[in-house]
Write a protein that binds this ligand. Structure first.
Ligand code: PBG
Length: 331
């Protein structure tokens, strides 16, 4: 093999010292890249650790304001909220999702009261409220109904917007719901409430700890493959994104994160819109397990995986490591 550019070109010159590596870095991580998902539980004065998500807890509404202040002090711009609805309030019609005084709405208000400068992103989906653990309404055969579910989700998004949500984030994968939610928000005067569409959300094995956190794991019958995407499909993700953008999504998300970095990169390249990745609960748990087993250094694993999202073109990342990562970046 001839080496036409050697020694004229030595790639290692650009790696020889920290200053030149810093100067030539193509992607950069900043706390403002992070969205921190928080789980909310009933009661007061409560912190409930989640066994399958070591280091992550559910917090009662009276303690959520302190988490918002912690985030703001670290430079994290936005929180994502997920409620663990008490089991006696879970019904087949998910009516608790529409209660303006539910855990989600009370948590939004608590954050806005204690820390108005931080953004609040809310999950629009019915799984924390249904007795069967699905993201939508089901018919007698167990099929998740599309249009009927969209109607409830639209109402849910309005309830969250009225409580003060800045970004509503439908995570349910029903067809057409971005359009109905956008139209309803406009009609009700919530013109500056943004929509982050979970546009390409896959039926993934990486959601287990999350389902523990919101209490839906034991309830869920079957799987979510009739609405969430097949992990085999990349082109289909582009079609999903195109539809959500046409319906009025301000930003799109790919979920899970690391196993779908190709999708993040393709979405960003094709559409050039704000594109977020969700490093989901199973990914967090995998990093924690690797660190606990001595297979890698925790801080380095966290920062390397987050950097990979930025390299792929993501605008930001939803990650349970957000506060630790921000501390490392601020270090
Ligand atoms: C459901 C929802 C899920 C997650 C966010 N919203 C799980 C699911 O689809 O079953 C997963 C997030 C995570 O695993 O961290 N609406």
């Amino acid at each position: 093999m001839s080496q036409p550019n050697f020694p004229a070109m030595r790639m290692r010159r650009g790696r020889a010292s920290p200053w030149i590596r810093a100067m030539l870095a193509e992607a950069r991580l900043h706390p403002s890249d992070l969205i921190w998902p928080l789980f909310v539980c009933a009661g007061s004065g409560c912190e409930e650790p989640i066994a399958s998500l070591p280091g992550v807890s559910r917090w009662s509404v009276d303690r959520i304001g302190a988490k918002a202040k912690e985030a703001a002090a670290l430079g994290i711009p936005c929180l994502a909220l997920f409620p663990n609805t008490p089991s006696d309030l879970r019904t087949d019609d998910a009516r608790e999702a529409l209660n303006p005084d539910n855990l989600m709405c009370r948590a939004i208000k608590a954050i806005k009261d204690s820390c108005p400068e931080i953004g609040v992103l809310t999950d629009v989906a019915l799984d924390p409220y249904t007795a069967h653990g699905h993201d939508g309404l089901v018919d007698a055969s167990g099929y998740v109904l599309n249009d009927e579910t969209s109607e409830v989700l639209t109402h849910q998004a309005l309830v969250q917007a009225a409580a003060g949500a800045d970004i509503v984030a439908p995570s349910d994968m029903m067809d057409g719901r971005i359009g109905t939610i956008r139209a309803a928000l406009e009609r009700e005067g919530h013109v500056n409430v943004a929509i982050m569409a979970y546009a390409a959300k896959y039926a993934s094995a990486f959601y287990g700890p999350f389902r523990d956190a919101v209490g839906s794991r034991g309830l869920l019958k079957g799987d979510k493959k009739t609405y969430q995407m097949d992990p085999a499909n990349g082109q289909e993700a582009l079609r999903e994104v195109a539809l959500d953008l046409a319906e009025g999504a301000d930003m799109v998300m790919v979920k899970p994160g690391l196993p779908y970095l190709d999708v993040v990169a393709r979405v960003r390249d094709r559409f050039g819109v704000p594109t977020f990745a969700y490093q989901v609960s199973g990914e967090y748990a995998m990093i924690e397990a690797a660190a606990a087993a001595g297979a890698g250094e925790r801080d380095a694993l966290i920062l390397e995986t987050l950097m990979s999202f930025k390299r792929a073109g993501a605008s930001g990342v939803l990650t349970y490591h957000a506060p630790d990562a921000a501390r490392l970046m601020n270090g």
